[in-house]
Ligand binder design. Structure first.
Ligand code: CAP
Ligand code: MG
Length: 430
């Protein structure tokens, strides 16, 4: 008597229907399991199946089963009927295509690389509230990267001290001050104090510079608290909220996307904890999948790496992530990216951050061009002449790149940049 029915989920002659979701996985079967059977198990356990044949099957069963339709080497493509998915429910999508399958004994390793989402599915999501052009209009910044810095050290400043470092950052020419991912509301730096004190400094810096200034203030907490904090931000005239989107999860981000949109707030998404599941190339979930889901839900920008800074990631990965976030139709790229037509979903910004200093700015702009958020934090606060000089040096490095001038040439007429190069040169932190 047959025990399982995993092979019912394999049909390499099958062509996915236009309204089906299609996932790309890489996988390694466990010993004694064929590639076909492993592929069938992934399709089965991520859609309707289980380990044994069953006494009763609902009549609509056949129409709901996922199909492993392309198996090539360590790669498998699986097509999922639309009816499997609840409209607009990102957590449910992950429970299916990123759920139990990672723990199956029959699969030694499994990586969810990407998914193509049909129009009829993405039409139930709102995407980013502003889109990149909308953000640029709101901040009155054109033709150059949006720039920002996190006060460093990450935690330790009082709210007053934090606001003062913020003022110096803005006076050096930067657009944004950003909280660190682990700064929320601690005894010596309460959220509400920081919001109010930074707002006062923002208004002063805007008056003195004539430029629009803003901040990514971290509201990360339980969902109800995050909603209250977002409301407080709007009450103080802020136009952004920052959320640690991986640790809070797709459910909370979905709720806050709507709440922030009603308040006219864009969302800066920090991806802290992402490397716990996307760094191992054989097992886990890719960063491009995470970036795709977060654009779908509706963050305005998310961190995408630097390749040259202190954190892991390659140039190719960052360039592909930028395509996932910025393009209206993301082109397929080998076995790392599937084609995605984003329909009515607006664009989002890639964010380059992590171990950057003025000497590395050209490397980053060579990867991304100017359509990004560039965060240089330790790389301005560690400047020999302080934060304001550090920000000026980074802005001078951006200018040099836009003018096609080398940093050494530019340093001749840019003293802050010259001092930065004295300290860091072109050092790549590791
Ligand atoms: C950078 C940073 C960011 C990382 C996040 C930090 O500070 O504030 O959180 O860039 O990583 O805490 O390390 P520095 P990623 O500029 O001083 O290094 O952007 O890869 O998500
Ligand atoms: Mg940080």
């Amino acid at each position: 008597m047959a025990i399982d029915w995993y092979m019912d989920f394999v049909d390499t002659g099958y062509t996915p229907a236009p309204d089906e979701l299609v996932c790309l996985f890489s996988f390694e079967p466990a010993a004694g399991i064929s590639r076909e059977e492993a592929a069938g198990r992934i399709a089965s356990e991520s859609s309707t199946g289980t380990w044994t044949t069953l006494f009763t099957l609902p009549p609509r069963m056949r129409d709901l089963q996922a199909t492993a339709c392309e198996i090539e080497g360590k790669y498998v493509k699986i097509a999922y009927p639309l009816a499997l998915w609840e409209e607009g429910n990102a957590p449910q999508l992950l429970s299916g295509i990123a759920g139990n399958i990672f723990g199956m004994k029959a699969i030694r390793s499994l990586r969810l690389i990407d998914v193509t989402l049909p129009q009829v599915y993405i039409s139930h999501f709102r995407g980013p509230h502003f889109g990149n052009e909308g953000i640029r209009k709101m901040m009155k910044i054109h033709g150059r990267p949006l720039t920002g810095a996190v006060p460093k050290p990450k935690i330790g400043f009082s709210a007053e001290e934090h606001a003062r470092v913020g003022f110096e950052t803005w006076m050096g020419g930067f657009d944004f001050v950003k909280d660190d991912e682990n700064l929320t509301s601690v005894s010596f730096n309460r959220f509400e104090d920081r919001v109010a004190l930074l707002a006062r400094m923002r208004d002063r810096a805007e008056k003195l510079t004539g430029e629009t200034k803003s901040a990514f203030i971290n509201i990360t907490a339980d969902t109800d608290t995050m909603k209250k904090r977002a409301t407080m931000l709007a009450e103080h005239g802020w136009n952004y909220a920052m959320i640690d989107v991986v640790v809070t999860g797709t459910a909370a981000v979905s709720t806050l996307r709507d709440h922030c949109s009603d308040l006219g707030l864009a969302i800066h998404a920090h991806r802290a904890m992402h490397a716990a599941f996307d760094r191992n190339p054989r097992h886990g979930i890719s960063m491009q999948f995470l970036a795709k889901i977060m654009r779908l839900i509706g963050v305005s920008q998310i961190h995408t790496g630097t390749a040259v800074g202190k954190l892991s990631g390659t140039k190719k990965e960052s360039a592909l992530l930028a395509d996932v976030l910025r393009e209206q139709v993301t082109k397929a790229h080998g076995r790392t990216l599937l084609e995605q037509d984003w329909g009515g979903i607006k664009s989002a910004f890639p964010v380059a951050s992590g171990g950057l200093h003025p000497g590395l700015v050209p490397d980053v702009l060579d990867i991304y061009g100017t359509d990004l958020v560039l965060l240089v934090s330790g790389g301005i606060h560690g400047h020999p002449d302080g934060t304001q000089a550090g920000a000026k040096a980074a802005m001078q490095a951006i200018e040099a790149w836009r003018e096609g001038e080398s940093l050494d040439e530019k340093a001749g007429s840019a003293p802050e940049l010259a001092r930065a190069l004295e300290k860091w040169g072109y050092y790549k932190p590791k």
